[in-house]
Design a protein around this ligand. Structure first.
Ligand code: CA
Ligand code: CA
Ligand code: CA
Ligand code: CA
Length: 214
């Protein structure tokens, strides 16, 4: 019995210091803010009450929101200045902001988004840098441009696009504007001829984030 009491007493004093330590929040940043990816940049760095409504831009990393809350990027680099950091941008060289946060039209029900940016075929490349419509080959080729041409003047909400006449049309709306697939969309696709789609972030596709998500 006495031996058991000694063990219990020793056990208490060993455990006590651990129990007395303050409870820490693994997601709390240096200022005590929510910092999901623990990169030192707060999800809601401007303390507006809404994370992502003022993404860090132009190399600024103070009093602004982490421009990629799911991937550590203390430098907040954003080459195309669309408010989505390099490390989670599905078109790193073309400005294609998160839907619903920077004045873009609301996402339509048939569309998909990764990282909150429109990526209708879900391959990690945002629509605006993804004219590889058939998802084959290393570069955008003649079959892709033929599919785009066959989609000309069709409604972006339709399902009668592409060379087969049965593709969803939204992926051909490269500039994400207007109600039909138009000349600017074809021009944008043609500019990629013999070039690979993208570039995109290494981690793309990401889960959907932002106001435009389901
Ligand atoms: Ca962060
Ligand atoms: Ca980050
Ligand atoms: Ca960007
Ligand atoms: Ca895509």
């Amino acid at each position: 019995m006495r031996r058991m009491l000694v063990l219990l007493t020793v056990g208490f004093f060993l455990a006590a210091p651990v129990a007395l330590l303050p409870v820490t929040d693994a997601m709390a940043g240096p200022q005590g803010c929510v910092d999901t990816d623990e990169d030192g940049i707060c999800d809601d760095g401007d303390e507006s009450g809404t994370a992502g409504d003022n993404p860090c831009q132009g190399g600024n990393d103070a009093n602004c929101d982490d421009n990629c809350v799911s991937v550590g990027n203390a430098d907040q680099a954003d080459d195309d200045n669309d408010g989505v950091g390099q490390v989670c941008d599905n078109c790193t060289n073309k400005a294609n902001p998160v839907l619903g946060t920077l004045g873009q039209s609301a996402r339509e029900s048939f569309q998909t988004a990764t990282g909150g940016q429109l990526d209708s075929d879900g391959d990690g490349f945002g629509n605006q840098c993804d004219p590889n419509f058939d998802n084959t080959g290393q570069v955008v080729g003649g079959t892709d441009l033929a599919a785009a041409t066959a989609s000309f003047n069709k409604d972006r909400s339709g399902t009668n696009c592409g060379s087969s006449g049965s593709d969803r049309c939204e992926k051909f709306d490269l500039d994400n504007s207007g109600q039909v697939i138009g000349g600017l969309d074809l021009s944008a696709a043609t500019a990629f001829f013999n070039q690979p789609e993208g570039p995109k972030c290494d981690a793309c596709p990401l889960a959907c984030e932002g106001d435009g998500c389901p």
